[in-house]
Design a protein around this ligand. Structure first.
Ligand SMILES: *Cc1c(COP(=O)(O)O)cnc(C)c1O
Length: 388
């Protein structure tokens, strides 16, 4: 065995010993409420495809039409010759939907964060993040070289203290506050109105990741900023196209000047091949469906399902489609998830480093297409699995 192989093996063993090793499960069917995994059909309570759009025939038709006209690949980065009509159409639709002047799409939400945050702040500046911010926001903030400060989850007084501290010690620094609308592993919602007041009071900027709010919260699913009528006061809104929108990619929504700036500065945009036209066309169709009201019955059903599950599992009513059931210990969490799989339900077991050490949990994700029976049964199975 080479040194390299030995080192890899040791590292993997260490993960296994701490119940932190992860492996892939092969899915042999389309995204949906029932998926075929390792030859078995499981009821899916782990997908972010909240409205069942990932395999929707209207999105498939839009993607096929784009392939028919534009082919599969984009050929180059957007700034070279890869700026195809579906990209531009998607961005116009997203901007209108999010209530901003403009939008810019990226290959993923991760790439959107990684390109945007380091182009807005640098080593002289300060990024203030919510403790539970998604890994891509943390990585982007680190990449920027700015001084990082973290406030306890949704803790407004601590955020205010940090803002006051920056203004007293570095009056000239640019200050970027970074948070999410709906937190991806806790499913709760940021106190956005108060955060907007604070960042305005201290002359800071706000980056809001709407990944799990888009399609779920706000009028027609426009997100939390729209729900609270704050779209024009959030400096940078980030969206993902691979969750409720059922496609793939990420986007930044904001002023026309912001988008112009990012086209010139965001490295993950400039130095990366444009996303496939089919993905852009499918996401654009999802935005069209949401905006037209065609998805309102599905969104109402989603919220009905969220309330039905929330009434059976957990202590407080969920604020989004994500319902965490905290277990704590990594191994016990894996065992509970395994028992659920044996019973026919696929529920995510979330462990470090996605959440803190000893904060392992089930992450139950509700979908508009779940039936009442599936919700009742999974709740019962969770109760049984937790007791065993
Ligand atoms: C999924 C997610 C991202 C990353 O988006 P991708 O398109 O999957 O790269 C960013 N932020 C949050 C909160 C997410 O949940």
């Amino acid at each position: 065995m080479s040194d390299f192989d030995r080192w890899l093996g040791d590292e993997l063993e260490r993960l296994t010993a701490r119940s932190l090793h992860r492996s892939l499960r092969r899915v042999d069917s389309a995204q949906g409420i029932e998926v075929v995994v390792d030859g078995r059909t499981l009821v899916n309570f782990s997908s972010n495809d909240y409205l069942g759009l990932a395999a929707d025939e209207r999105l498939c038709a839009a993607a096929s039409a784009a392939i028919g006209k534009f082919g599969v690949g984009s050929g180059s980065a957007r700034l070279i010759c890869g700026n195809l009509a579906p990209h531009a159409d998607l961005e116009n639709a997203l901007a209108r939907f999010k209530g901003t002047e403009a939008a810019l799409s990226f290959a993923s939400g991760y790439a959107a964060a990684l390109g945007t945050i380091p182009s807005l702040v640098g080593p002289e500046d300060v990024v203030i993040l919510d403790k539970l911010s998604h890994a891509c926001l943390v990585d982007a903030a680190r990449l920027s070289g700015a001084t990082l400060r973290v406030f306890p989850h949704n803790h407004l007084e601590k955020l205010e203290r940090l803002l006051r501290w920056v203004r007293e010690t570095r009056p000239k620094a640019r200050v970027l506050v970074v948070t999410e609308s709906v937190f991806s592993m806790d499913g709760d919602v940021a106190p956005l109105r108060e955060i907007v007041e604070l960042k305005d009071r201290f002359g800071a900027w706000l980056f809001l990741d709407e990944a799990h709010a888009l399609g779920v919260l706000g009028p027609q699913g426009r997100g939390l900023a729209a729900e609270l009528r704050l779209a024009s006061r959030v400096d940078v809104q980030m969206a993902t196209l691979g969750k409720a929108l059922g496609s793939a990619g990420g986007a930044i929504c904001g002023s026309a000047r912001l988008v112009d700036f990012l086209i010139n500065r965001a490295r993950s945009f400039i130095f990366s091949t444009a996303p496939p036209p089919a993905a852009a066309a499918a996401a654009r169709e999802a935005v069209r469906l949401l905006e037209s009201g065609a998805m309102e019955p599905a969104r109402e059903q989603l919220w009905e399902n969220i309330r039905a599950l929330g009434g059976r599992v957990g202590e407080t009513m969920p604020q989004s489609a994500i319902l965490p059931v905290l277990i704590g210990e990594e191994l016990s969490t894996l065992r509970v998830a395994e028992r659920l799989r044996d019973a026919g339900y696929w529920v995510g077991a979330i462990r470090f480093p996605t959440v803190g050490r000893g904060q392992a949990r089930l992450r139950i994700v509700t979908n508009s297409m779940h039936t009442v029976a599936q919700i009742v049964n999974v709740s019962n199975e969770i109760r049984i699995a937790q007791k065993e």
